[in-house]
Design a protein around this ligand. Structure first.
Ligand SMILES: [Zn+2]
Length: 478
């Protein structure tokens, strides 16, 4: 049987405000357990929450960037459930009047774009964290009350690959807004997935499962791929699927049942009596709109148009805001209409260097001006070869010196003047009569062999292009 897959994603995003959503406690990550707590976030009787205005501004910013309609009238609700990491026994969330509705995010697939609907972006607070030991569990309430956004997509996603692309695009947009660390390892970005299958062409949705416990985008993709196989197997053998929550076990590469899924009615939602409903005015929305920077999608278009880059190169350069800014500086600084070498150097050797140092490109202490100096020495002036260029780049990182200086100090400049090269070429021709004869009878690789010999004799410093040209010229006259 052929099935089509229906996926919806729920992303939880921690906002990087200095203090928590409803009290003044710090949100800093990695501090001693239970040192960032107070009566409000511990849910002591008689304490009252006060809403963090920065959290609201950040939330509106994200909702606008995701093309959502901000609701004028909004309120908080209590979502009631018991769990040891939830000291109040309820979470302050939003139920029937969320901050925003009906947005979308466009994702790039192979050769086409797809619009994924965003059902809603609403505000809530994070719970604490359980740390499980062998025979007991500990609870850390430092995370309790950190502002969260829940970003719920429509079930418009049709494959694990699309889910991965949606998450990557979403993360990139949010990083541009500078409102969250988006670090899945630290838990500041988390994702749950709803997935169901239905026979191709069917109108009604199949029974869905909710997947949790994925700790990376790859984990989300793998868990979804596993779940498609599992559900298809059950449907093929006419067994019943039950609606449930399943946990992804990355080590065993499978999903396991966790519990049957609660419905909204189980949470006994009711309006949060300690926080008054509020109105978001048009001028506030307009003011926040002004703070939204050029987002990746627009930047890609502009890089393609202004710098003549391919969509692919532009997309890679633009994915991170800081790298995009650095790349733009380099592209402007490089004095040639063909900007492709700049993209190649950033995506290739520079990215490799960053990866080897386990950091981002912009953490390497190499300025745009000094990178461009190096690229020009290789690509335009051909003072050094591409290979030597990579060595110089590493040297730049180690010593902080400029490319030109390193080339001079280490005597790395390649030999391009025909006088010096012709001396070596003459010797090589004399030493290799057989290859010369081979070349004369039309064997093309004889030329490459001779070029190699010249390169060797020059200790790799001859300019290979110049050698080839001069050698051809010389061989014609032999
Ligand atoms: Zn607190």
């Amino acid at each position: 049987m052929n099935y089509e897959t229906v996926i919806g994603l729920e992303v939880h995003l921690q906002l990087k405000t200095k203090s928590k959503a409803f009290c003044g406690c710090s949100t800093e990550f990695g501090q001693e357990p239970n040192t960032q707590v107070c009566p409000v976030c511990l849910g002591f009787p008689g304490s009252l929450p006060v809403f963090n205005q920065t959290a609201l501004d950040y939330a509106i910013k994200v909702a606008l960037a995701l093309n959502c309609k901000i609701q004028e009238y909004t309120k908080f609700d209590r979502k009631n459930y018991f769990y040891p990491d939830l000291p109040k026994n309820y979470q302050i969330s939003q139920y029937d009047l969320p901050l925003s509705l009906a947005g979308y995010l466009d994702i790039e697939l192979e050769e086409r774009q797809k619009r994924i609907g965003i059902t809603r972006v609403h505000m809530e607070e994070d719970a604490g964290k359980l740390i499980h030991q062998e025979n007991f569990s500990l609870v850390d309430f430092n995370r309790t009350g950190i502002p969260l956004l829940e970003i719920v997509s429509e079930p418009d996603i049709s494959s694990p690959e699309e889910a991965h692309e949606y998450l990557t695009t979403l993360k990139s947009v949010i990083q541009y807004l500078d409102v969250s660390d988006c670090d899945m390892e630290k838990g500041s970005l988390r994702c749950d997935a709803n997935i169901s299958l239905r026979p191709v062409g069917a109108k009604t949705l199949g029974v869905k499962t909710e997947l949790k416990n994925m700790n990376s985008f790859k984990g989300v993709k793998d868990a979804l791929a596993y779940e498609i196989q599992r559900q298809a197997g059950l449907l093929d053998s006419k067994k019943t699927l039950i609606q449930e929550t399943r946990l992804w076990d990355a080590k065993a590469a499978q999903t396991l049942p966790m519990r049957t899924k609660e419905g909204a009615k189980d949470y006994r939602y009711f309006p949060e009596p300690d926080l008054a409903p509020f109105i978001i005015k048009e001028d506030k929305i307009a003011e926040i709109k002004k703070t939204i920077p050029e987002l990746p999608k627009e930047k890609i278009k502009r890089f393609v148009k202004d710098f003549g880059l391919s969509e692919y190169d532009a997309k890679v350069l633009v994915a991170l805001k800081e790298t995009a800014q650095f790349s733009e500086e380099c592209l402007k600084e490089y004095r040639d209409s063909n900007k492709k070498p700049v993209a190649n150097w950033i995506i290739g050797p520079l990215a490799a260097l960053a990866s080897n140092n386990a950091c981002e490109i912009t953490d390497l202490k190499i300025s745009a001006a000094s990178l461009v100096e190096l690229i020009e020495l290789v690509e335009k002036k051909q003072v050094i070869s591409n290979l030597t260029g990579k060595i110089v780049l590493e040297e730049m990182l180690k010593t902080g010196k400029g490319a030109q200086k390193i080339i001079e100090e280490k005597n790395l400049a390649q030999i391009s003047d025909s006088g010096s090269l012709n001396v070596i070429i003459a010797e090589i021709i004399k030493e290799n009569p057989k290859s010369v004869a081979d070349y004369k009878t039309g064997k093309a690789n004889a030329l490459m062999f001779l070029v190699g010999q010249v390169m060797r004799k020059s200790s790799g410093k001859a300019n290979p292009k110049a050698v080839q040209d001069l050698l051809k010229e010389k061989l014609e006259s032999v």
